[in-house]
Ligand binder design. Structure first.
Ligand SMILES: *[C@@H]1O[C@H](CO)[C@@H](O)[C@H](O)[C@H]1NC(C)=O
Ligand SMILES: *[C@@H]1O[C@H](CO)[C@@H](O)[C@H](O)[C@H]1NC(C)=O
Ligand SMILES: *[C@@H]1O[C@H](CO)[C@@H](O)[C@H](O)[C@H]1NC(C)=O
Length: 459
């Protein structure tokens, strides 16, 4: 593809009138993909796997105060520690009996969408939670805003399919290949009751506007017009051969009607968000064109961001294909009730997203390599399954107190810092390489070592 994906995505969203201002946090990466949902099933392993974007303290249960202390966010504005999530999509090969994780990223839209009354648009109230869509939905009601808010777009940048009904935006999965991937889209209700940050169904404190699901005046029951939130979940279905029924959500749905999405507010600077709403009236998609947002964009920090907390200890598809979807989620075909399991699969324990270090070792931080040679010269190995723990164990074995992981898969051991390298940490986000053996953990970067130290080893 010659053009950056985001240009096409912005242009292709024909529903957005250009007179309204909006910006996109485009290509946002999940910070973690795991079977948790802090809104619907707080404190426990959730029923199905979600891809979660944003603040690094996403966990089974938390509040705004906890989330706001996240070290980082996969959203480029680091003042936005919110979490945004939706169910993970899998590719089901029925003959092989396998489910393969479909690569996923998100475009998060913030849209100013007043109605004829031109109401003031407000930043999210601190700690707002909400849910859009319905995991159990098996039929589409085209006259219902909540159903209209769930849509799919099939991407084919090389061909014009306008006028072809088989390619129109639709409420469920397409019946053909999408050569440049598919967008699974959720438009959240933007009218707030002005009182409740959440509600028992996580929906009734919010409402869609009077005229349309995606714009209009707010009803008197929900009079506060918030900025509108819209997720495009970009799923690379084009990486798999098209066969009908093979796109399956983590809860077993192979029709696509059960798409839903969650939002937990974590904006640490509401004045910044409100200023962007108020002052960036001409922004046409690109957050960098909003003078309030542009000085705060930090893609390097977003790219380096890794989760901090504990998650269920199970393979959600990053460590090989799955025989079954995690949890009780048999393939769910047709309009009948969701199939059950007998017996239910066991519930996994929680583990730290980072592989625990062996006893005696702790992290010093991200440091620069030596300028005349390696910082650690005494032993080294490369392991496609590298983690910090693998490297610490290797260096322990050689009797070296320093261990440094670099570029995802390299491990270096030393008895001291060498070749001009010093025990001075650089910015943590320089060490952004994903560990070969753990997609949730960072192992150094180019010319940067994540350094570990064990003072009990004498050398
Ligand atoms: C479809 O949605 C409309 C608008 O919300 C509602 O009035 C109608 O009863 C719904 N139809 C069915 C079959 O649920
Ligand atoms: C490790 O390497 C350094 C620098 O080359 C050397 O001075 C030191 O003796 C080595 N340590 C061991 C235990 O081999
Ligand atoms: C490295 O530097 C930090 C910060 O100055 C210091 O606290 C720590 O003791 C040093 N560790 C080693 C092993 O030199």
């Amino acid at each position: 593809m010659v053009f950056p994906k985001i240009v096409f995505l912005a242009v292709a969203l024909a529903a957005i009138p250009s007179t309204y201002s909006y910006w996109i946090f485009g290509g946002s990466r999940p910070v973690v993909t795991t079977r948790l949902d802090s809104i619907v099933t707080p404190g426990v392993v959730s029923t199905h796997v979600h891809s979660v974007v944003g603040g690094s303290r996403f966990q089974a249960s938390y509040d705004f105060d906890d989330l706001s202390t996240s070290q980082c966010s996969t959203i480029p504005i680091q003042q936005d520690k919110s979490n945004y999530w939706a169910p993970q999509l899998y590719y089901h090969d029925e003959s092989a009996g396998t489910y393969t994780l479909v690569p996923t990223s998100f475009n998060i839209y913030y849209l100013m969408r007043p109605g004829p009354k031109n109401e003031n648009i407000h930043a999210f109230p601190t700690g707002l939670r909400m849910l859009a869509g319905n995991v159990l939905r098996r039929v589409n009601n085209a006259s219902n805003f909540a159903d209209q808010a769930i849509t799919y777009v099939c991407l084919d940048f090389d061909h014009d399919h306008s006028g072809d009904p088989a390619w129109e935006e639709r409420p469920d999965f397409f019946q053909h290949q999408c050569p440049d991937g598919m967008r699974a889209q959720v438009f959240f209700p933007s009218c707030w009751d002005g009182k409740n940050l959440d509600s028992p169904d996580h929906q009734s404190h919010m409402a869609y506007p009077i005229q349309n699901f995606d714009s209009g005046d707010c009803p008197s029951t929900h009079p506060v017009h918030l900025i509108s939130l819209f997720y495009e979940m970009f799923v690379s279905v084009d990486q798999f051969p098209y066969v009908a029924g093979r796109w399956v959500y983590s809860f077993g749905d192979n029709m696509g009607l059960g798409l839903h999405a969650d939002f937990q507010d974590g904006w640490t600077d509401k004045d910044l968000l409100q200023a962007a709403v108020d002052q960036c009236a001409d922004t046409d998609g690109n957050a960098a064109d909003c003078s309030v947002l542009s000085p705060n964009l930090n893609q390097a920090a977003a790219s380096a961001c890794k989760p901090e907390m504990t998650i269920p200890n199970e393979n959600v598809g990053f460590n090989g294909v799955l025989k079954d979807l995690p949890g009780c989620n048999p393939l769910w075909v047709g309009t009948g009730p969701k199939p059950t399991c007998n017996p239910d699969p066991p519930t996994p324990d929680f583990v730290s997203v980072k592989t625990p270090l062996p006893s005696g070792w702790h992290e010093l931080g991200c440091i620069a390599e030596g300028n005349t040679g390696r910082a650690f010269t005494n032993a080294s190995e490369t392991d496609a399954a590298m983690t910090k723990a693998v490297c610490a164990n290797f260096c322990s074995g050689g009797g070296f107190p320093y261990a440094g992981v670099e570029f995802g898969t390299e491990c270096y051991c030393g008895s001291s810092f060498s070749n001009g390298a010093v025990n001075t940490t650089t910015i943590w986000s320089d060490c952004f390489s994903t560990c070969g053996g753990n997609p949730n953990e960072n192992c150094g970067g180019p010319n940067r070592l994540s350094v570990l130290y064990n003072p009990s080893i004498q050398s």
